[in-house]
Ligand binder design. Sequence first.
Ligand SMILES: *Cc1c(COP(=O)(O)O)cnc(C)c1O
Length: 400
Amino acid sequence: MGGDEIDYIHEAFDTNWIAPLGANVDGFEKDLESYTGRAHAAVVTSGTAALHLALLLCGVERDDEVICQSLTFAASANPIRYLGANPVFIDSEAETWNMDPELLEQAIIDRIEKNKGKPKAIILVHLYGMPAKVGSIARIASKYGIPVIEDAAEALGSSVRGRMCGTIGKLSVLSFNGNKIITTSGGGALLSDEEDLINKARFLSTQARDNAPHYQHSELGYNYRMSNIIAGIGRGQIKVINDRVRKRRSNHEYYFRELDGTWLDPEDRYPVDDIGFKTKNSPGGIYFLKEPEHYYSNRWLTTILVNPNQTGGITRENLRLALEDQNIESRPLWKPMHLQPLYRDFPYYGRGISDEVFKYGLCLPSGSNLRDQDLLRVVTTIKKVLRLSSRRLSKSGMRS
Ligand SMILES: *Cc1c(COP(=O)(O)O)cnc(C)c1O
């Protein structure tokens, strides 16, 4: 926490606004509008709820198709199913690990040719804080007249050419879940330039009560509005967002430097066999994702690809287990939706990038509260495993 959160919570208690409305709810919405530069924001109970509302506002109905990035957290796709609609999954490109614009266009054309109708929306994700290829995606979306829903749950503080994530889609989604870059313990927001959409979101998220003295409903509503207590935490948190981004980026820089990182070359990265991926680079074997020019990532999580071809056979799983031995938690990257038991029967357009990223990728400890000695402990553990294997390698080299 930043420090001011508790004051806003006290204010809610002192004024007795213990409800899903009040000064903190209004204030947090204003804070988000001014931080992102977006005209309108509605705060809700979660990012998932915000995505559900976004799809409703795009008119998604049963049996419609909605395009969604495959490499993401399941919460990006699940709300499509809440509405009885069907996801069409798209692979990532190699430069940002987000939706591949070429495959997106192929998929749209193919769905139309197959008489599935035009997809109703495109759910674009900025994975781990790295902005997607928003320019190309927006051009394709507008060419076919399909609205973009921007899942910026992991990307508050990131930007492309100075434009903040959260301002890019027709509707944009933020999350303040416990693991996100700022948190309200749980919470989310829906943002748009269109005031009527955000007003409608507020209406739907408070049970869709018609304007009448009694309780009257003509539409199906939801109980999705953020509480005034939770919004108080958000008001305190938004004050420290820039510190959080600085810290996450400095974690990333530290890991890159201390692990002798190599920047991934998008050209190099198609999987060739079971023991690693092909690359022009020789040393190290620990790869990091570079920010394309004019891209700014909040580096929410530091992610690496481990190439066993170059680490003496050490895989990301070896590193994960070695870290776990030291009571340090690390995790594989998101398992793509097209590989999930829940989603493997839905259409998928891909060429193996997200599979590869999942296979070789590891998320390193990336919290904003990591101390220098914590970071040192992580890299020391990783280096030890890598050194052992290079010694083994050079020994076997001598023997042959
Ligand atoms: C966290 C997350 C969500 C869901 O947000 P919640 O607030 O946890 O419901 C959606 N999409 C992505 C990419 C996320 O990381």
